[in-house]
Design a protein around this ligand. Structure first.
Ligand SMILES: [Zn+2]
Length: 224
């Protein structure tokens, strides 16, 4: 048996993967050949180190953190910008938020809800005790906050790093799409009312985006 074959079989010997026959021939060679014996000793040393390494495995939380960071790092560095965009939190969350806000709009159209509020205020219900602006601000807040929070929970798969910055980005882009749509839908109302409600939508979008992504990243690190 040549030294070359012996060398390639050394790891198998350590892993106890050789047949009895192969093992016997190998040990016989090692007895005779000092060169292979040295090589075998060195390999055995490394092998034992690897065993130790396996015992000192990092905890699940550390591993999950490292994996998440590595994944994001890889996505940032090694993918073309369009692919990077496609996998980014913004791309995952904003279309979802716009979709949910359209569903919300279909169920509760802005004009009908505003008219309902006007009626309730005129009827001096409990709403009459609030300043009008506050009511419309709160209403806008819901239109901004609800869709982006649902979308964040459903689609923001990977925001392990910088959740606040990413959440803010998601909120800004979502609001930039939603506000023109909202304004176009409400031509019959006073500009002050539309402005206050738009302010509410922007506040809801920004706080919903940052809040949701921050809480999700917190929950994820605590869960793992
Ligand atoms: Zn040899």
């Amino acid at each position: 048996m040549s030294c070359e074959i012996i060398k390639t079989d050394m790891p198998s010997l350590l892993a106890e993967e050789l047949s009895a026959d192969e093992r016997h021939r190998m040990l016989l060679h090692l007895e005779k050949c000092a060169l292979c014996r040295d090589e075998m000793a060195a390999l055995e040393k490394t092998w034992k180190h690897m065993d130790q390494w396996e015992i000192e495995e990092p905890s699940a939380a550390i591993k999950a953190g490292i994996m998440a960071a590595a994944r994001e790092e890889l996505e940032n560095d090694h993918l073309p910008w369009w692919s990077n965009l496609q996998r980014s939190v913004i791309f995952q969350t904003v279309p979802g938020a716009l979709g949910f806000s359209m569903i919300l709009y279909l169920i509760f159209p802005y004009d009908r809800i505003i008219n309902l509020c006007e009626t309730l205020i005129l009827k001096s219900t409990f709403f009459a005790y609030f300043p009008k602006g506050l009511i419309y601000f709160a209403l806008g807040l819901l239109y901004g906050l609800v869709p982006i929070s649902i979308s964040g929970i459903c689609f923001s798969g990977r925001a392990a790093q910088k959740p606040l910055v990413k959440g803010l980005g998601v909120g800004v882009i979502f609001a930039a799409f939603l506000i023109p749509f909202f304004v176009v839908q409400c031509p019959q109302f006073a500009s002050g009312l539309v402005f206050v409600m738009a302010l509410g939508i922007i506040t809801g979008a920004l706080s919903g985006g940052t809040g949701t992504l921050y809480l999700l990243s917190k929950m994820r690190t605590e869960a793992s």
